[in-house]
Write a protein of this length. Sequence first.
Length: 220
Amino acid sequence: MSSMVGSKALALEEWCRGQGRQFTRFDYAGCGQSSGDFAEGTLGSWADDALAVLDTVTDGPQVVVGASMGGWIMLLLALRRPERVAGLVGVAAAPDFVLRWQRLLDDHQRQALEKNGCFWRPSRYSEEPYLVTRQLLEEGRSHLLLQGDKQIAITCPLRLLHGMRDPDVPWQASLELCSRIAHDDVEVRLVKAADHRMSRPEDLRMLLAVVEELCARAGE
């Protein structure tokens, strides 16, 4: 339920403008300023949105930043377009989060999914709850990356930033993801005082510094 007017996206845009760099931010279908019905969205359809933006809007090698669910989508993007993705930055990246959500469902939520195909989940970051659909949970299972013993064939530098006070995605998830990437150029940076959003001024400065590093590595 985040949008392209969030603090991280705007901070990145401002930095890129100051550097004279190309920058693209977008909302998935059904989210933010995009048309469509959020209830119809799935991990696969939103990954297709990201691929379409990469293919039709951007030029040259790209450093891709993804937060939470976007961290899962950026990995799928890098696997589908390795020649275009020069670096990845995950902020509380949450690959395979649908499995965790399913494990944490209470009886009321399970019953609602069975009867109505959806339920409303309270948000820590907004007064409005957000919709969780059975389609989202079930379709997401076709894009799992961390199950089994197979390494993830990411071939570009990856930086994972994670707050240790994150109540939504455990910081240990970034360590697990790090261990599953086939490429060696992977770093995890844990911030003890940060939460899931990692939007404090010091968190944003870290994000910008990491993006700058990867841009330099890409020879931009």
